[in-house]
Write a protein of this length. Structure first.
Length: 338
């Protein structure tokens, strides 16, 4: 917060960042907000007295005399400027200067980063030759199963609020649609992989629930969650299973008021924030196969993966050894069928 061309009279912390008031050598008094590269001049004053009085009025007991303590970045910069140049040998290539990057952290599968859905689509076609690929236009790729009873559409560069994946199952190549599903582009890639792989099982083609969803169907779909101790809440309309964590940041929901055969989506598998406004969601219509939903909930309950920790601004340092790549995300697992 120091500067050679100005004097800082007072500083304070406004609950979010550091603020200060000071006067340049040319007599201009200014209110400063923020730290390091985020710092901005917010208000100019006619005089130093006016600036100091207004600063004390805004921040009262939080006001401290003089300039604010140096931030880590300012302290590092000061050390670089005051440290004599080294006469030793230049760093080897393995000692290149780099910013410290936090290592990815291991988290439940529903809390991982979304991952690369484009790469997932490529991998899906390479592992499942029974699906035919065609691209009707630049925005969409379509996967059609050889039975002509399953169809998957992927929307490239889906925007926030759009569905990246749309899935539909039909009774026969010329029959009625049995069920459909959607998935957001923020869905963790390993959970999406489980869904796509489940579509490719032998009992997927032309399959769906032809009768209203019964208690047995709910029990089958939620069995992995029940076994993992996910709490169940039954309301007048909604049936919810939520993660047994303080923030309950994932779950399975069934809307009992959605009519069978409706175009509306009755099942929601979600993660992050709340069920009503999730970070990601897979939604399925009432006739979706409960075995497929069980596959997804198994991954929801037992899957794990990596999430990139938030970057923390640190001083440049010598990286004395080569970076070690993080281990790959664990391979998807298929839920046991009961």
């Amino acid at each position: 917060m120091r500067h050679a061309n100005r004097e800082e009279h007072l500083h304070a912390h406004d609950g979010w960042t550091t603020v200060a008031v000071g006067t340049y050598r040319d007599g201009k008094s200014v209110y400063f907000h923020g730290e390091d590269y985020l710092r901005q001049e917010v208000t100019d004053y006619e005089s130093e007295a006016e600036a100091v009085a207004d600063f004390q009025r805004q921040h009262s007991v939080a006001v401290r005399p003089g300039p604010a303590p140096l931030t880590d970045s300012e302290r590092a910069a000061a050390e670089v400027l005051t440290t004599p140049l080294s006469t030793g040998p230049a760093p080897t290539p393995a000692q290149s200067v780099a910013l410290s990057q936090p290592a990815p952290e291991m988290v439940p599968g529903y809390a991982t980063d979304p991952g690369d859905h484009e790469a997932l689509l490529v991998d899906f076609f390479s592992r499942h030759e029974e699906w035919e690929k065609w691209r009707p236009h630049d925005e969409t790729t379509v996967a059609s199963h050889e039975s002509l009873t399953l169809r998957v559409e992927f929307l490239h560069e889906a925007l926030h609020g759009d569905d990246a994946w749309t899935i539909a199952a039909y009774e026969s190549p010329v029959g009625e649609r049995l069920w459909h599903a959607t998935a957001t582009p923020t869905t963790p890639v390993e959970i999406m992989r489980v869904l796509l792989d489940s579509l490719s099982t032998e009992d997927s083609c032309g399959q769906g629930n032809h009768t209203p969803v019964k208690e047995e169907d709910l029990a089958e779909a939620s069995r992995p969650l029940d076994g993992a101790g996910w709490p169940l809440k039954v309301g007048a309309r909604l049936i919810d299973w939520t993660a047994p964590t303080p923030d309950s940041a994932a779950g399975l929901r069934f809307d009992t008021l959605v009519k069978q055969g409706s175009v509306l989506l009755a099942w929601t598998v979600w993660g992050g924030n709340t069920a009503d406004s999730p970070t990601w969601a897979i939604r399925l219509s009432p006739h979706a196969r409960t075995a497929l939903i069980q596959d997804i909930t198994f991954e929801l309950a037992h899957g794990h993966g990596h999430r990139q920790a938030r970057s923390v601004a640190t001083a440049p340092r010598l990286q004395t050894q080569a970076s070690v790549a993080s281990p790959p995300v664990s391979a998807p697992r298929t839920a046991p069928r009961h």
